[in-house]
Design a protein. Structure first.
Length: 402
């Protein structure tokens, strides 16, 4: 029988759990050479490209044509799924056959269901199977757990969320019940492994999702540590939007004779009107922002700040002006972050103020505007920010204060 939990003896509790990673500057400084990823004002101005709606679905195929267990088919139907996306159509049959997958697909391509559906089917067929899903952020982990719960309704399949900002004791208690799915961020998972309270060697299925973002966030050593501990007789699935040298190194460590699948994706920012606001001498950024937010078309707005302190200050000032607003950043407890994101998703607040770190993995539909109250550090960060709007074929708007 599967047993994740190992006796930790006196190890547990010796050191206070903390985040050992700094999300500060990505390098460089006053003496740095020219950075091709630097931001110039001309990069922040662009018109949305008029084109046919981008279709990610396979219209002449439906989920009932996959060889899946009846209860899983029913849960897929209850979710309202009909036609698979292109990444799902191409990967699910290979995963069901037990193949390793190297999938290059961007956020919004449907890749979460691309690995969840066949993994749930595998575990329903054999409860001796276990699956680790490793992702870069707490928000993405929570979103995957929500979708997993819907796909495993009325099956008895259990899961645990191993993330920072939540009770480690509760996570250990759930691990003692041997859940079939572990959804984790690398830092907290490594901590539990080092404390001897989780046995990674019994995991025989592993999914690494959004690997490029995990590496950007400095998780490469944690990922290496975890991969070395997992059962070598495993099925491995690797998903990333890009494939650079570090990603390739991790893929070569993890995968055995993988099937490589790459789906077309919509260029980031393609559906986004981008512009800048240059302040007049008598203007303040806050006054201009408040004027924008009072316009009717600004009804679901994501505002980015450079620091947590600025996010909190802006939150208080906007709330005092009767704006329905919340702030999201790394100092919030996980329960608070979940509540705030849920409120933003369901229209209970009109404006969400976020830092770059807290917004990673944020997947909210129908954001009308992204406002860069503070300039991002790099153009890559800028593209990531504005990618929160103009999704699913809809036009979005991005404004940057310069």
């Amino acid at each position: 029988m599967r047993n994740y939990h190992q006796r930790s003896g006196s190890n547990f509790g010796r050191s206070r759990f903390g985040n050992r990673r700094s999300f500060g500057s990505r390098g460089g400084g006053r003496g740095s050479r020219y950075n091709p990823n630097a931001i110039t004002v001309d990069k922040l101005i662009a018109k949305a490209v008029e084109s046919e709606p981008f279709n990610i679905y396979v219209d002449d195929f439906n989920y009932s044509q996959f060889e899946l267990t009846p209860v899983l088919q029913k849960n897929i139907y209850n979710k309202g799924y009909s036609n698979p996306t292109k990444i799902q159509f191409q990967t699910i049959p290979h995963i069901l056959e037990g193949k390793d997958i190297l999938g290059l697909a961007s956020t919004g391509s449907g890749k979460t269901a691309a690995f969840l559906i066949p993994m749930v089917n595998k575990i329903l067929s054999s409860r001796d199977e276990t699956c680790l899903i490793m992702v870069p952020t707490r928000e993405l982990a929570t979103q995957i757990q929500d979708e997993l719960r819907q796909l495993t309704a009325n099956t008895g399949v259990r899961n645990v969320l191993i993330i920072g900002g939540s009770s480690m004791e509760t996570q250990i208690r759930i691990l003692q019940k041997s859940p079939e799915f572990i959804i984790a961020t690398p830092g907290r998972l490594k901590d539990l492994a080092e404390r001897g309270v989780i046995n990674l060697s019994i995991i025989n299925n592993v999914v690494l999702d959004e690997v490029d973002r995990m590496l950007d966030m400095g998780f490469i050593d944690d990922i290496r540590f975890i991969i070395q501990k997992i059962n070598r007789q495993r099925q491995s699935l690797f998903f990333s939007a890009t494939m650079d040298r570090k990603s390739e190194e991790i893929a070569n460590t993890l995968l055995k004779s993988p099937i490589k699948i790459q789906t077309e994706s919509q260029a980031p920012g393609k559906n986004v009107d981008q512009d800048v606001i240059k302040l007049a001498p008598h203007q303040t950024k806050f006054d201009v922002l408040l004027g924008l937010l009072q316009k009717e078309e600004f009804h679901k707005v994501l505002v980015f700040t450079a620091t947590k302190r600025e996010a909190d200050n802006l939150y208080r000032k906007l709330r005092n002006n009767e704006i329905y607003v919340e702030a999201l950043h790394g100092d919030k407890r996980q329960s608070q972050r979940n509540r705030i994101i849920d409120a933003f998703k369901h229209g209970k607040i009109d404006v969400l103020i976020a830092t770059d770190v807290a917004s990673r993995g944020l997947d909210v539909n129908n954001i009308t505007h992204v406002i860069n109250y503070d300039m991002p550090q790099t153009y890559e960060d800028y593209i990531h920010r504005i990618g929160r709007t103009g999704r699913a074929g809809k036009k979005g708007f991005a404004i940057t204060f310069v």
